[in-house]
Design a protein around this ligand. Structure first.
Ligand code: URA
Length: 250
């Protein structure tokens, strides 16, 4: 397959560095270098190979991720998965320049403002749709702390495939619940309805006090990724999303 190419000014402006005209100025002033040698013309065509990120620098700084990348964020409590709502947004946790990227970075689904845990973000629309597509059933695992003790009937109700959420006319797909304490449970769901986990417990008369997403598909939130931190997904991470995960809940 032929390696795609891009014009330097178009590539860097799409990555949020500056306008195309400003990129041309930067190039003319020798501030953009490939393998250490200045690229003098903004209209130069570059091969979009993955190693371009390591070979190209702007003002001595390594290049941001090329288009078509994905990351995991440990979403903290109190930040919103939105491009435009008021208050702190998940996008504020990423480098400021990334806000100007085109294609834009989006969250892969959403977590509520008061839910923490594993959130994927990408500028790759095809990848995003593969993960959220209802046909793929990528499972999502949550840890919920509840206001009231579990009654022991919840696992069967969630597994039944007949539970209805208030205001909806289609039953939920079966979901797996494992109690891990009197008021704590791990729940794996295979769809992504609005406030799904909170509404599932509400349907049984309980209330979720704290909610944290631990896993998407076979990809775990790493223990060493603190709240508010992010890291890029590797090829292996992306493959793990689509692997059937094991069912351990530790
Ligand atoms: N279910 C919820 O209720 N909230 C989330 O953020 C995710 C799943």
């Amino acid at each position: 397959m032929k390696t795609p190419t891009a014009r330097l000014d178009k590539l860097l402006s799409g990555m949020g560095y500056a306008s195309r005209r400003e990129i041309q100025m930067l190039a003319r002033n020798g501030r953009i270098r490939l393998d250490g040698a200045p690229l003098s013309a903004g209209d130069e065509r570059l091969k979009l190979t993955p190693d371009l990120e390591d070979r190209l620098d702007v003002d001595g700084e390594g290049l941001d991720p090329l288009p078509g990348f994905a990351l995991m964020l440990h979403k903290p409590l109190g930040v919103t998965c939105s491009h435009k709502e008021a208050g702190p947004l998940v996008y504020d946790l990423l480098p400021a320049r990334w806000r100007r990227r085109e294609p834009a970075i989006s969250t892969v689904g959403r977590l509520d403002k008061e839910t923490s845990g594993l959130l994927l973000m990408t500028d790759d629309g095809a990848l995003l749709h593969r993960i959220i597509s209802p046909r793929r059933h990528v499972p999502k695992r949550y840890r919920a702390h509840l206001a009231r003790p579990l009654e022991g009937t919840e696992a069967a109700a969630f597994a039944s495939g007949t539970l209805m959420l208030e205001g909806e006319d289609k039953p939920l797909k079966p979901a797996e619940l494992e109690p891990v304490g009197e008021r704590e449970a791990v729940l794996t769901v295979h769809e992504g309805r609005y406030h799904q986990v909170r509404r599932m417990f509400a349907a049984l008369g309980n209330h979720v006090e704290a909610l944290h997403r631990e896993r998407i598909g076979g990809l775990d939130l790493p223990e060493d990724l603190a709240a508010g931190q992010w890291r890029r997904l590797t090829v292996e991470d992306i493959a793990a999303i689509f692997l059937a995960p094991s069912s351990d809940t530790r």
